[in-house]
Write a protein that binds this ligand. Structure first.
Ligand code: AMP
Ligand code: GLY
Length: 430
């Protein structure tokens, strides 16, 4: 079989790595891929980004199916286009992807279908937005409506910060069209978790739970990033919470989309906030897998993932049972100098230790040229350790992290600290 994966990050590298474990797979093309996917014989980078040209490529190469990694091509309607050409592809249609591409769409959807989420209002007028903030007070959260590469959310602890966020998005147009409307919502407290499922239009197959660390610095301080590390499973997702998330959030979302005339297919990622009383609210939806969540989830998945995706594309996910490695997986992201603002490119990366049974290195922003590996964008590598306890997984990951270097390297030293506070995971294994 020949597979096409669209995207260039660690998520796509991890999906490809997993697919390659199947003897059915001859070749995985990645468009455009990265320095890690460039150096594997059964992986091939394809330097095409235009959706129409990608569809032509898939037809020419007799690609068996395509998986879409990032949100951009989904918003642009790549799934609609591939389907129109009779090509098999796993992902949501442009219409379904609005759950991620418009925060206002997602919030209205959740309100209409009684899916628990923070109270909110949407604004396109600067004055009204400022007035609303003054009425509600701080802390308060200001979100650009459209896709803003993970930078469109300001969690404002003071009124000044909230007003400044509105000015930046609505008045100064920092995000262009994506910030022409803002959602202003209630600040929620608690612990976050990522709940990712596969949906085939009718059936839902939950993947292993995970949590990521969004802040740049240790102890969850500093600016928000796309994710500085992750682990799976997330101890906060107990069997009881799992059942409630499926009942209160995931199933109502898939059924609600149906009721609104949209058949949801693809990965669906609910970002959750769970407070100390056990209340669960939806912070956001993503219409794709998370990065770096994918790296830790794929590291634990057993069996032939290509068969799972085939079932997902043919609408028979109800026939699939997933089998997971019962170890913890913990991933540490190594980021470039200047990330998350303006990452510096070109720094040379030292030799990366080979994969072992308890540690895998996934590439994100790397480039391979003239026999050298260098930094190409903000999040550079994700080192995933596996262990019987979260601490064991952490030690395995950092043992490799300590052997890798490049100028300006930034990474957190405390990935997994929250999970360790949950007694069951740190002391007794799973
Ligand atoms: P989002 O892209 O909507 O998930 O927001 C990015 C991050 O901002 C989330 O992962 C949270 O850490 C934080 N965040 C978003 N919405 C809220 C909220 N209502 N209350 C507190 N933090 C939030
Ligand atoms: N790690 C968060 C995301 O992929 O959106």
């Amino acid at each position: 079989m020949k597979i096409l994966i669209i995207g260039s990050g660690g998520r796509e590298h991890a999906l490809a790595w997993k697919l390659l474990q199947s003897s059915r797979i001859e070749l995985v093309y990645i468009a455009p891929g990265n320095g890690g996917t460039a150096t594997n014989q059964r992986l091939r980078n394809v330097l095409i980004s235009d959706p129409k040209m990608l569809a032509e490529f898939a037809l020419q190469e007799n690609i068996d199916f395509t998986i879409v990694g990032p949100e951009g091509p989904l918003e642009a309607g790549i799934v609609n286009l591939f389907r129109a050409h009779g090509l098999k592809i796993f992902g949501p249609s442009k219409e379904a992807a609005q759950l991620e591409s418009s925060k206002d769409f997602a919030k209205r959807f959740m309100k209409r279908h009684q899916i628990p989420t923070a109270d909110y209002e949407t604004f396109s007028e600067v004055k009204k937005a400022h007035k609303y903030i003054d009425t509600k007070g701080a802390p308060i959260v200001v979100k650009a409506d459209g896709l803003a590469a993970g930078k469109g959310v300001v969690v404002a602890m003071s009124l000044e910060e909230a007003h400044a966020a509105v000015d930046m998005m609505l008045a100064d147009n920092k995000f262009g069209d994506a910030g022409a409307r803002v959602v202003i919502e209630e600040f929620l407290q608690g612990e976050e978790a990522s709940f990712i499922v596969m949906v085939d239009g009718d059936h839902v197959l939950p993947l292993a739970s995970s949590q990521d660390h969004k802040r740049l610095f240790d102890k969850d301080r500093g600016p928000n990033t796309g994710g500085m590390g992750a682990y799976s499973p997330a101890p906060i997702i107990t069997p009881e919470i799992h059942a409630r998330v499926m009942r209160e959030i995931i199933m109502p979302t898939v059924h609600g989309m149906h009721a609104d005339g949209i058949r949801y297919t693809g990965f669906l990622y609910a970002g959750l906030m769970i407070n100390s009383q056990g209340n669960i609210k939806t912070l956001e939806f993503n219409c794709r897998m998370g990065d770096p969540e994918t790296q830790v989830i794929m590291a634990r998945l057993k069996g032939d993932f290509s068969k799972v995706v085939e079932h997902a594309i043919s609408g028979t996910l109800n026939q699939v049972e997933l089998d997971w490695d019962d170890r913890y997986a913990l991933g540490v992201v190594l980021a470039a100098h200047g990330y998350p603002d303006i990452p510096r490119r070109g720094d040379l990366i030292t030799k990366i230790p080979p994969e072992t049974i308890n540690c895998i290195t996934f590439h994100s922003g790397t480039e391979y040229a003239d026999g050298k590996l260098s930094v190409a964008s903000g999040r550079v590598l994700c080192i995933v350790g596996l262990g019987k306890t979260i601490k064991g997984a952490q030690s395995a990951a950092y043992a490799t992290v300590n052997q890798i270097n490049f100028d300006g390297i930034q990474y957190r030293r405390d990935i997994g600290y929250r999970a360790m506070a949950h007694k069951s995971s740190s002391e007794q294994g799973k």
